[in-house]
Design a protein around this ligand. Structure first.
Ligand SMILES: [Zn+2]
Ligand SMILES: [Zn+2]
Length: 186
């Protein structure tokens, strides 16, 4: 009998606060002379985003990215993540530069911020433009304990528990407390 935990190949998806991207955002903002925003900017991976690649809470200087971007092929992934990150950061920049007036989300102020951040001509699309390989993933499995997400094309035929949590809390043996929660993505 095969071990349910080793039944499938594991895909690591980063969820939550991203220290590297936050520092990157901070650095870019300081470069634009925006220290106050740089002090509070945060970048997080939010697994609740579905078809949106990213979003910005400009007043909080908070950027959220869709973890599905991490499922793109290696050559596409870095570029797509960077582009989405800069698109959202441009919202934060445009907002902070125009605190006293109402601006269009993708208007001239935002376009100027895009140019300043190195993505002139950026389009206004927030939706995920995922390739074939990622769109084929129809199920997500989430650990109730550590919230790690595993994506699958097909439904898992049996109960699978979080490998890391079983390892950390149950000496590597299957523990139903860490049984992954299935979510249909389509
Ligand atoms: Zn936008
Ligand atoms: Zn876990």
């Amino acid at each position: 009998m095969s071990d349910p935990m080793t039944n499938s190949k594991k895909v690591m998806i980063q969820i939550g606060y991203d220290e590297k991207l936050t520092h990157h955002a901070e650095h870019l903002l300081r470069g634009l002379g925006m220290d106050a925003v740089a002090d509070k900017v945060t970048v997080v991976w939010n697994k609740r985003l579905r078809t949106t690649a990213g979003r910005a809470y400009s007043n909080l200087a908070k950027i959220e990215l869709n973890p599905r971007l991490q499922l793109l092929s290696e050559e596409k992934m870095e570029q797509e993540i960077n582009q989405t990150f800069l698109h959202e950061l441009a919202h934060v920049v445009a907002h902070a530069r125009n605190l006293n007036r109402r601006i269009q989300p993708h208007g001239p102020e935002w376009k100027e911020a895009c140019a300043d951040l190195g993505i002139p001509g950026e389009e206004r699309c927030h939706s995920l433009n995922l390739g074939r390989t990622t769109r084929r993933k129809n199920f997500a499995y989430i650990c109730p304990e550590c919230e790690e997400v595993i994506y699958r094309v097909k439904r898992m035929s049996r109960s699978v528990a979080c490998y890391q949590c079983c390892k950390n809390h149950n000496s590597g043996k299957y523990d139903h407390r860490y049984k992954l929660i299935e979510k249909r993505l389509v």
